[in-house]
Design a protein around this ligand. Structure first.
Ligand code: GDP
Ligand code: IMO
Ligand code: MG
Length: 425
């Protein structure tokens, strides 16, 4: 039995989809374990681009069983649209298994997400407004509806009526909005969505364990990232789930002993969408350059991503909280044209030096990065296929990152395509 977790180490969009797709070649089951359609995972295969939100990135391989685990929050309308999109592109989605224990994102979750953000005003989190936070809140309140409820109309109605007793009070009395009509939701979810998704609903824990027991490879695909983790991230500027590797245990139903490899995905620089601290953020033309060359606009919401230098302090924290066994550095090619590169090796705040991420929010907000300066390579890496052919400055940059992070950099992305990856030994 063998389990590998792919986990984001920064603030998301590190290229988890691309690396999952790459590793899925040798996997039997690929499981999404948390998050929802706040994720946007891009795969580029033979010139064709696939933007996935809920379906695991292994779906392109006919030998892979893609699984949406119990820890995911599923908007059935979005899942159906994604299945339609994939089917239209010739991808067979019939093997997809959706956990009956995954929670449903309801239309009112999306509405509440937007209302909470408006209510926060300048203090808004910059969520994706997909209803993720309110859906996980209902799960924790034990008023959530689950995917299995789609298969049981009387139970679905009973649970929905109970949930709306409270939610409609909030919508009408707190936010001055119209109440949600039970029948409208029932029509859409039971009338339209349930028949379509029923063949996919199943026991995801059994699928995962059957594969592990048969000595097959299971890949756990994280969404979001370590610093968006509800517990380990830059709270409150985080998502509402646990993207860290431990989330694979709760979100897919396995114990830690089933995981023997944890691959942290990191961009060769850092990006963030939405609000929150970002010590190495750039506000100059280098930041604009990274946005332009790296196409740093959200796959999902189209928002411009904030950009900054690589932050080794963050990566050291990611190594700790995920038990990373190795790291994949993506988008190295985006740095191609820059003559000088910087890497943050520590923070300083009020005369104190921090080699590790400070636990206190105020320190993180006001930390000043301590930089090491490195040479750029100023040539095109996108055609490199062997790490031995990397220019000396690029190899030195990777060696420096590896030394700072403390775990091996095994994979290096030099372009969005499936083939644009270097395997370092
Ligand atoms: P995810 O959310 O972690 O899966 O990442 P996204 O798909 O949201 O964002 C990563 C973007 O970078 C996508 O557009 C990928 O196609 C692209 N990408 C991934 N790896 C590389 C790389 O090594 N070089 C370049 N130039 N683009 C990459
Ligand atoms: P992938 O899987 C980047 C960010 C949002 C916001 C915060 C909370 O593609 O890396 P939420 O809607 O989750 O309540 O928003 O988290 N965020 C992401 N940023 N990549 C993602 O997913 C993200 N998913 C959520 O921008 O700051
Ligand atoms: Mg993304």
């Amino acid at each position: 039995m063998s389990g590998t977790v792919v986990v984001g180490t920064q603030w998301g969009d590190e290229g988890k989809g691309k690396i999952t797709d790459l590793l899925a070649r040798d996997a039997d089951v690929v499981v999404r374990y948390q998050g929802g359609h706040n994720a946007g995972h891009t795969l580029v295969v033979e010139g064709e681009t696939f933007a996935l939100q809920l379906v695991p990135s292994g779906v392109l391989y006919p030998h892979v069983t893609p699984v949406i685990g119990n820890g995911v929050v599923v908007d059935p309308r979005v899942l159906i649209a994604e299945l339609d999109m994939l089917t239209a592109k010739g991808v067979d989605c019939s093997r997809l298994v959706v956990s009956g224990n995954a929670h449903l994102i309801m239309p009112y979750h999306q509405q509440l997400d937007a209302l909470h953000e408006r209510h926060l005003g300048k203090a808004k989190l910059g969520t994706t407004k997909r209803g993720i936070g309110p859906a996980y809140a209902d799960k924790a309140m034990r008023t959530g509806l689950r995917v299995q409820d789609l298969l049981d109309p009387p139970i679905f109605r009973e649970k929905l009526e109970m949930a709306l007793e409270h939610t409609n009070q909030v919508l009408t009395r707190v936010f001055n909005r119209l109440p949600v009509e039970v029948d409208a939701v029932i029509d859409e979810y039971l009338g339209t969505c349930a028949p379509r998704l029923a063949p996919h609903i199943g026991d995801s824990v059994d699928v995962v364990h059957a594969a592990l027991e048969a000595d097959r490879e299971v890949l756990f695909e994280g969404a979001q990232a370590t610093f968006l983790d509800l517990d380990q991230g830059t709270y409150p500027f985080v998502t509402s789930s646990n993207p860290v590797a431990g989330g694979a245990c709760t979100g897919a139903g396995v114990g830690p002993r089933h995981i023997d490899r944890v691959i942290g995905i990191a961009k060769a620089y850092v990006t963030r969408v939405g609000s929150g601290p970002f010590p190495t953020e750039l506000f100059d033309e280098v930041g604009d350059h990274l946005v332009d060359v790296g196409h740093e606009y959200g796959t999902n919401t189209g928002r411009r991503r904030r950009t900054g230098w690589f932050d080794a302090v963050m990566l050291r924290h990611a190594v700790r909280v995920n038990s990373l066994t190795e790291v994949a550095i993506t988008k190295l090619d985006v740095l191609d044209a820059l003559p000088r590169l910087r890497v943050c090796v520590a923070y300083e705040h009020e005369g104190r030096r921090y080699e590790h991420v400070p636990y206190h929010q105020s320190v993180m907000h006001h930390a000043t990065p301590v930089y090491a300066d490195l040479e750029g390579w100023q040539c095109d890496l996108t055609g490199v296929t062997d790490p031995a052919d990397l220019p000396a400055a690029a190899a030195a940059y990777l060696d420096f990152l590896e030394d700072q992070i403390g775990v091996p950099v095994r994979l290096v992305g030099v372009g969005p395509g499936r083939a644009q990856i270097l395997h370092r030994t």
